[in-house]
Design a protein. Structure first.
Length: 232
């Protein structure tokens, strides 16, 4: 028997998201996890042929969680956030910089911790403001799941924007490789201001690239500080 999945469908509040939830409620109880996912994809694509269903990476699932999380969206490709970078820190330190100092390197979004600040990583949440094309979009930014120091999943939502991404941390001989995959949905106000979707996505990609460049720079700074301390 399959474990009942949690469905995260984008764009939220859309007919697609509501339909995705209804389909999940009809998954036959006698199916295993793999068969349930296959059944769900087939049923969803009966109405939405371009629907994508992606399982949450096992590394992004908390150890105490036994139920699967499925991300689904109605578009022909699963990821528009797909980045890898190598940082000069061991995996546990790279993970700590990514999660504990996110306000410093996440330049794409202005973040303010919500009070009280959660001590548990998976309960941390921030007020978020994204400035784009002269407009300000506000919402929340939170840690969805974490398995330190292997992975962390963030979600952001508000003003019609939905974003999710998972960062995976792999130890390398000379540091850590950080691979980030995810996707986003935008409100009509974004699409109305720029008719060319490719131009819009390139602008967002530049914001994401700047944030990752800031994370790499912060990791390099931490590496220098650790090296200086070790030399004393």
């Amino acid at each position: 028997m399959h474990n009942e999945p949690e469905i995260i469908a984008t764009p939220r509040g859309s007919d697609f998201a509501e339909h995705a939830g209804r389909i999940a409620a009809r998954i036959p109880s006698g199916l295993g996890d793999v068969e349930a996912l296959d059944w769900y994809r087939r049923e969803l694509r009966e109405r939405y042929p371009n629907a994508i269903v992606r399982e949450q990476d096992d590394l992004a699932r908390t150890r105490s969680s036994s139920f699967p999380v499925w991300y689904t969206s109605n578009r022909p490709r699963p990821f528009r956030i797909d980045i890898s970078l190598d940082v000069p820190l061991d995996r546990d330190v790279a993970f700590s910089v990514y999660t504990d100092r996110v306000i410093e390197w996440q330049t794409a979004v202005e973040l303010v911790p919500r009070v009280p600040v959660a001590t548990s990583l998976v309960r941390r949440e921030y007020d978020a403001c994204y400035s784009f094309l002269g407009l300000h979009y506000t919402g929340s930014y939170r840690v969805r799941a974490a398995d330190a120091p292997a992975s962390v999943t963030y979600e952001a939502s508000g003003s019609g924007i939905s974003v999710w991404y998972t960062a995976l941390f792999e130890q390398q001989p000379d540091g850590t490789r950080v691979t980030v995959t995810g996707d986003y949905d935008l409100p009509d106000t974004f699409l109305a201001r720029i008719a060319d979707r490719l131009v819009l996505e390139r602008a967002i990609a530049r914001d994401i690239a700047r944030a990752n460049k800031a994370y790499l720079a912060l990791c390099s700074q931490v590496a220098r500080e650790l090296g200086a301390a070790a030399a004393l």
